[in-house]
Write a protein that binds this ligand. Structure first.
Ligand code: G6P
Length: 608
């Protein structure tokens, strides 16, 4: 959500911290700040706005410091103003804290600190941490931080520096990710490996309630309650190329174009043509256990929730197992019924979304086996689940999810195949699906070749203020996803609907100014979708259709057709969403929007 980077070593800290912040900007981008330790003491700068605004503030100043912390914020408590930006300092200006997460008991702590005479300058929950550490500080920053954190309820990933300890950063985590990156004569702390990958790929993930004391040569980890911990160093396989734009104007476009490759990664080594099934060892379930599954709950947020809806259609259709899809934010507060045969899958690109984590924990509390479909290896959700399948899409930087979505659907198709082949699906049908899966990456490449045609359509419609997205069956969730993509990045109001539901309300909105994007593939509901199109046309609505290659007839019935290749019905969502991603992208660019960092959104939502 927000981004943290800290550095202690031999290089000048400021350029390194700014570079790290820029790589984290996708996490939060409404204000930013930096604190370093110079000979004259603790110096900090912070301001509302993007990292470039902070850079401008720093421009004419000369810093020599080789230690510092920096933050990019996505406001929760307190508006995105200069004062509310991090770092936050204690009364004397000796201790600086940056923080991701939410301190839930900050009001009572603030009252307590107020009574003790602490002076606050912001509306944030974070500021109480600086004052609380000050309250306990007696020359040992680690101990003071541990004492302060023992008073705190809520979530945090923090980094702290103090004027008296010019070679030390203290970092801690509870519910908000934090890694230590180890280098030669230098060490880093960060909320996300993307911030430090240029310098090191050797990291330690802190666990909840762990605190680390980091200096240039070493680091020690213990818990808030001072139990020593032996840290495990892991090597990150992501490369620098993957977190850079590689010639594309935006990460989002790069990620859309990466999909043939990311889909190949999702499939690699996981198909068994001989037996017409998939091989997903990470599920950590024996054949008998998989066979006993009689109900599946899929839980997620945002785009991952749309993937879950597609998963519902896939699993029920192929494996005939009843599936329920739950918003993670709802699931966590419901009384979900978990029986012996119920398996819960949580789906999350980042593996850090707070509501999804809470759903996972609630399901576990109720005795369910919980499996994950995650992208980020080593993320909280990936570590807390009993098993799962990584989608291997590589880092997704654009806030609007694209490649993670198609890979989530691909993995769900593999799960459907596995479960289906243990039940009623024939070998022949299994092989037919595998053949179709192998063709998908190439078919996505083919769709991407229509980019400039889709851009032309976008140029005709980008000034419209309302859009309707319609689809049926497997492609109903794709209509929801198409509408979400458009509203997220272009701020055009868009609604997704099951095509036939249109006549129960949204049809009232149709006129020449409300275009409809209709997924009208040659499938079992094709004729019915054509009737819905006729209903729109009769009301002078414009229709952009996503249709199956070879369906010439549809061209006369709509204003624009974007063709996608033929595949088995179960896999159509992976193809049909690609034109919708491009359409949203080009409309947003035409409207002058910042597609990689849409307003008010964050890549990974680590608050409730
Ligand atoms: C945020 C992002 C969405 C994402 C959702 C769930 O809202 O902006 O793109 O789909 O979180 O994130 P997750 O990392 O759990 O998939």
């Amino acid at each position: 959500m927000c981004g943290i980077i800290g550095y202690v070593g031999k290089e000048k800290a400021v350029p390194l911290l700014i570079e790290g912040l820029k790589r984290l900007e996708y996490r939060g981008y409404d204000s930013a700040g930096i604190a370093v330790l110079e000979d004259q003491g603790l110096i900090y700068e912070k301001c509302a706005g993007k990292i470039s605004a902070l850079e401008a503030l720093l421009d004419d100043k000369k810093f020599d410091s080789t230690i510092g912390i920096a933050h990019t914020r996505w406001a929760t408590h307190g508006e995105p103003t200069d004062l509310n930006a991090h770092p936050h300092l204690d009364c004397k200006g000796n201790i600086a804290v940056i923080h991701n997460g939410i301190i839930e008991n900050y009001r009572s702590l603030r009252e307590l600190l107020d009574r003790k005479g602490h002076k606050f300058t912001s509306d944030t929950d974070t500021e109480i941490l600086a004052h609380l550490i000050e309250e306990y500080y007696d020359g040992d920053l680690m101990e003071a931080t541990q004492a302060a954190l023992s008073q705190v309820e809520g979530t945090y990933g923090i980094a702290v520096i103090c004027k008296d300890n010019p070679r030390q950063i203290v970092a801690a985590r509870h519910g908000s990710p934090l890694v230590i990156g180890t280098g030669k004569g230098e060490n880093f702390v960060a909320s996300d490996v993307a911030a430090i990958l240029r310098h090191t790929n050797r990291v330690v993930y802190l666990e909840d309630r762990e605190v680390a004391l980091v200096d240039p040569e070493s680091f020690v980890v213990s818990t808030v309650d001072k139990t020593e911990v032996t840290p495990q160093i892991q090597e990150i396989s992501w490369t620098l190329d993957q977190i850079e734009k590689g010639g594309f104007p935006h990460f989002m476009l790069k990620e859309i174009f990466e999909q043939p490759a990311t889909l190949r990664n999702a499939i690699r080594g996981r198909l068994n043509y001989e037996e017409g099934t998939s091989r997903l060892n990470g599920l950590n379930l024996q054949y008998e256990e998989l066979h006993l599954i009689d109900r599946i709950i899929l839980s997620a947020c945002g785009t991952a929730w749309h993937a879950a809806l597609v998963g519902e259609y896939m699993i029920e259709d192929a494996a005939l197992i009843p599936v329920e899809v739950e918003y993670a934010s709802e699931f966590r507060y419901r009384s979900p019924i978990i029986n012996e045969g119920t398996i819960v899958f949580v789906i999350s690109q980042s593996g850090e979304t707070t509501d999804t984590q809470a759903a996972l924990r609630e399901a576990k509390r109720k005795g369910a086996t919980v499996l994950g479909i995650c992208n980020v290896v080593g993320s909280t959700i990936a570590r807390e689940t009993d098993g799962g399948v990584y989608i291997h899409a590589g880092p997704e930087i654009g806030v609007a999810s694209t490649k993670a979505f198609t890979s989530q659907m691909m993995v769900l198709s593999l799960i459907s195949l596995l479960l289906a082949r243990m039940r009623t699906m024939s070998l022949e049908r299994g092989r037919e699906i595998i053949d179709a899966i192998y063709k998908i990456p190439e078919q996505v490449e083919q769709i991407l070749k229509n980019d400039s045609y889709i851009k032309d359509i976008a140029e005709k419609y980008y000034q419209k203020n309302n859009f309707l997205y319609l689809g049926r069956g497997f492609n109903f969730p794709v209509a929801l996803e198409g509408a979400l993509k458009l509203k997220e990045i272009s701020y055009i109001h868009a609604e997704g609907y099951p095509a036939a539901e249109m006549k129960h309300g949204p049809i009232a909105l149709i006129d020449e100014n409300m275009p409809a994007v209709v997924i009208a593939l040659k499938d079992k509901v094709h004729d019915k979708v054509l009737s819905n199109i006729a209903e729109i046309k009769a009301r002078k609505g414009k229709v952009i259709a996503v249709a199956t290659e070879g369906d010439e007839e549809i061209a006369d019935k709509v204003d624009h057709v974007i063709y996608i290749p033929q595949t088995v019905e179960l896999l159509t969502p992976i193809l049909s969403v690609i034109p919708l991603q491009l359409l949203a992208y080009h409309m947003a660019v035409k409207r002058g929007c910042n597609v990689d960092q849409p307003r008010n959104l964050a890549k990974s939502v680590t608050v409730e």
